[in-house]
Write a protein that binds this ligand. Structure first.
Ligand SMILES: C[S@@+](CC[C@H](N)C(=O)[O-])C[C@H]1O[C@@H](n2cnc3c(N)ncnc32)[C@H](O)[C@@H]1O
Length: 513
């Protein structure tokens, strides 16, 4: 079989990990917290929330995982526990485009935003370096996949041909199932020197020949306009045509077609690119549509299976897995991607339902943990290039250390209420004027803030949270009153995430008498 060779190719992949399980620390536990905007949403009653809480108690101890860090070491660590356990891996890695990709940071309550780099897709060592990068990671992914598992690698014309050859080598040519063409109308089309590029390739492989693949009605493609024209739709949305025969005589009866569409071909033309006016939009330039992930996850997994995405970006695959009742593991090297994914999962109740798209999902997420690789200083990932004037590392560290917030904690009848009253950055000289000029109130700095009312040791358990989303810019600056059943001292930990991507935690002690 032909193989691809590149500089530094190492076919002897060390099976032993250099990393122990202690490589990661849990930095946040999110177990059905009180979400400020959900409690105040009249459409989605508190009933639904409490119903969810009951379900929660009966469920297993599994917690979904969102990990901030470099995915090679993350996968090496996961291999200790998840080798042959993951049922589906979807990845949408950088495609060696030679560009930087942007996302928007919104400031305050209006629609003012600052664009910033989301991640870089520039490879100094050229295509060799890129292929070497992905090769190592694909080998690790194969180890993680279960025997009935599948992997979908989302790429485009830049490298899909190279990676196809590598995937044949790693997974075996016989386990190649499809090259899916996701075709979308190209938005801008300035070139007249070649044909306009308007599709991505998704390479689908399985670990073995015994793999999960479901003929689920949710994966079907809509009938084409031509078929829809020939078929008629009744008022229940079911399609039929007029025809049939009896004793050789042609009839004009309604003949119903059983499926709501056609079983998918490998060219997908029915899934539009993300638009800014949709609920799922996260203002991140390479975000993928939830409908794309819905088809992949429904086809290649069953309920409670584990779905992983090691380049999760805005968390599209994680949100879809969550809503389809699958377990999930996501990782990203960029702090801001982890921040976006965290809020997206928290806000999943307010997103489209996967089965009935016109409805909202209306349920809170299953418990999840946010983990961080040891030594990942948040300062190195502050959105320094775009939001901070000087991009020296020492400056961002001093910026990080110069942040303090002020709260007012009040007690009434054993109930504690926390109010956020100020946010102070003493090294304001490091922040870009274009950002500073748009800050009118201290709360404009803040993207989300959360409280752990019973803080214990290392990890932060979010009990209450208020966050801004793109569609709802309001932030609640006063928490709900929290009732302590036990008298005595309690430790409260408060976390503020700002628009610069910086997280600040301050601890307090309250005494209930
Ligand atoms: C194309 S985007 C993924 C977009 C995602 N599918 C979505 O729908 O939002 C690629 C992501 O890979 C992340 N990334 C790049 N190299 C990485 C690495 N070595 N480890 C973890 N994440 C990485 C980037 O930070 C970026 O968020």
């Amino acid at each position: 079989m032909p193989k691809l060779y590149w500089e530094k190719k190492d076919e002897n992949h060390p099976q032993k990990s250099n990393y122990s399980q202690n490589e990661f620390q849990v930095c946040e536990l999110i177990i059905n917290p009180i979400i400020s905007s959900l409690v105040s949403d009249n459409d989605i009653s508190k009933n639904k929330r409490s119903r969810n809480q009951k379900q929660e108690k009966g469920s297993t101890t599994w917690k979904n995982l969102l990990i901030w860090g470099e995915n090679k070491s993350i996968m090496e660590v996961l291999n200790h526990k998840f080798s042959n356990k993951i049922n589906l891996i979807y990845i949408d890695p950088p495609y060696a485009t030679g560009s930087n990709f942007e996302s928007k940071t919104f400031i305050g309550e209006n629609n003012s935003f600052e664009s910033k780099k989301a991640y870089s897709d520039i490879w100094i060592g050229g295509i060799d370096e890129y292929i070497d990068f992905l090769y190592d990671r694909l080998v690790l992914m194969k180890n993680l996949l279960s025997e009935n598992g599948s992997i979908y690698v989302h790429l485009d014309w830049h490298v899909s041909h190279y990676i196809k050859v590598i995937l044949d080598e790693i997974f075996g040519k016989e386990n190649f199932r499809n090259e899916i063409v996701w075709a979308y109308p190209a938005a801008s089309a300035k070139t007249r020197r070649f044909f306009i590029r308007s599709f991505d390739s998704i390479l689908f492989y399985t670990k073995s020949n015994e793999y999960t693949f479901n003929d689920d009605p949710g994966i079907y493609m809509e009938y084409s306009d031509r078929v829809k024209f020939a078929l008629k739709e009744d008022d229940k949305g079911t399609f039929y045509y007029r025809g049939g025969s009896h004793n050789g005589k042609k009839l004009s009866q309604k003949v119903y077609v059983t499926n709501k569409g056609i079983f998918p071909r490998d060219v997908w033309t029915d899934i539009p690119y993300i638009r800014a006016n949709t609920l799922e939009y996260q203002a991140f330039s390479t975000q993928k549509p939830e409908r794309l992930l819905k088809r992949i996850i429904l086809a290649s997994t069953n309920k409670d299976d584990i779905v992983a995405d090691f380049f999760c970006g805005t968390g599209t695959s994680l949100a879809v897995a969550e809503k389809l009742g699958r377990k999930w593991i996501g990782s990203d090297i960029a702090k801001q991607a982890v921040n976006i994914s965290r809020k997206r999962i928290l806000d999943v109740w307010n997103s489209n339902d996967m089965i009935d798209w016109k409805k909202k999902y209306e349920r809170q997420s299953q418990p999840f943990k946010i983990m961080r690789q040891n030594g990942y200083l948040q300062t190195i990932n502050a959105y320094k290039d775009f939001l901070v004037e000087n991009i020296q590392k020492k400056d961002t560290i001093s910026l990080n250390q110069s942040i303090k917030f002020v709260v007012n904690i009040s007690e009434e009848d054993s109930k504690i209420t926390v109010e956020l009253i100020d946010y102070k950055i003493s090294s304001l000289n490091l922040i870009k004027n274009s950002v500073k000029n748009r800050i009118h109130n201290f709360s404009d700095w803040i993207d989300s803030w959360s409280i752990d009312f019973n803080h214990q040791e290392h990890s932060f358990t979010t009990a209450w949270i208020s966050y801004r989303t793109l569609k709802n810019r309001k932030l609640n600056l006063t928490s709900i009153p929290y009732n302590y059943e036990e008298k005595g001292k309690h430790k409260i930990s408060i976390k503020v995430n700002d628009i610069l991507g910086i997280e600040t935690i301050q601890d307090y002690e309250v005494v209930i008498s």
